[in-house]
Design a protein around this ligand. Structure first.
Ligand code: ATP
Ligand code: MG
Length: 254
């Protein structure tokens, strides 16, 4: 089971102006699984994600997403992949002048040209799944931070992507709201069977939603394993990351 990696990176290197950021990333995300990538600020998480979206090409190595080789920057491959991935951006990027329902319907109308009854059925089902049915007619400015994140997630899922990518889907939320967003992602992920790659520096999120966790450290993804294995790691970089996180949490609460 789960033998096929839908996302796979081999020996990916990327430098900016001679400064290496990725120094040989190897990564596999298996079909139907959720992989959570942890890493310190500036460690290169967003740079890595941009390779999976085809927004950056590696200096060396290969990037495969659902059978498409992205490292060459071939426009046909990029187009094909972009139709199969759903992306949740850090800043949500919701349309302020559209209601919640119309935000979620947007890709269905613009990219898939679905008939209205089909659009409505899909939007209603997604909003129900994410606990947003009562918010359908509201505008983004009426929503709490956690609701906005869930709407952005619903929109990313509207096209029923095979792959879901997210950069810090719970950044800036309080712990309780984070939990509701995590739960929404988890329920939708399991029901829709999507393969997810999620970046966060929030440990509770990582341990709640991940099948596999890894740490981006010195340009490589290290200590990949299920949450309970990762937590028990004695790798100095993992220990330092866990310690940092606990200290930051303690400061935030003080
Ligand atoms: N287009 C670019 N040109 C030059 N340097 C870049 C570019 N994009 C990223 N970098 C550098 O790459 C490094 C990694 O940046 P990245 O944004 O991937 O970090 P991150 O792990 O996502 O950090 P954070 O947790 O703060 O979001 C940083 O030193 C950044 O300045
Ligand atoms: Mg980042």
């Amino acid at each position: 089971m789960n033998a096929r990696p839908l996302i796979s990176m081999r020996g990916v290197k990327k430098a900016f102006e001679g400064q290496p950021v990725l120094r040989g990333v190897d990564l596999d995300v298996f079909e139907g699984q959720t992989f959570v990538l942890l890493g310190g600020s500036g460690s290169g998480k967003t740079v890595l994600l941009k390779h999976l979206e085809g927004l950056l090409q590696p200096d060396e190595g290969s990037v495969m997403v659902d059978g498409h080789e992205l490292s060459a920057g071939d426009p046909a491959q990029l187009d094909a992949v972009r139709r199969e991935i759903g992306i949740q951006f850090q800043a949500n990027a919701l349309f302020d002048s559209l209601t919640v329902a119309d935000n979620v319907a947007f890709p269905l109308r613009e990219l898939q040209h679905l008939k209205e009854p089909e659009v409505k059925a899909r939007v209603d089902a997604l909003l129900a799944l994410l606990g947003l049915s009562d918010a359908a007619a509201l505008f983004p400015s009426d929503l709490s931070g956690g609701m906005k994140k869930r709407v952005a997630f619903a929109r990313a899922m509207a096209l029923r992507p095979r792959v879901f990518l997210a950069d810090e889907p719970t950044a800036g939320l309080d712990p309780l709201t984070t939990e509701t967003v995590d739960e929404a992602i988890e329920v939708a992920q399991k029901q829709l069977g999507v393969t997810a790659f999620i970046i966060t520096h929030d440990l509770p999120t990582a341990f709640r939603i991940a099948d596999q966790v890894g740490l981006l450290f010195e340009g490589r993804v290290i200590e990949v394993g299920p949450p309970e294995v990762f937590r028990a790691s004695r790798h100095p970089a993992v220990l330092a990351f866990l310690k940092d996180w606990l200290e930051r949490e303690a400061n935030a609460r003080a």
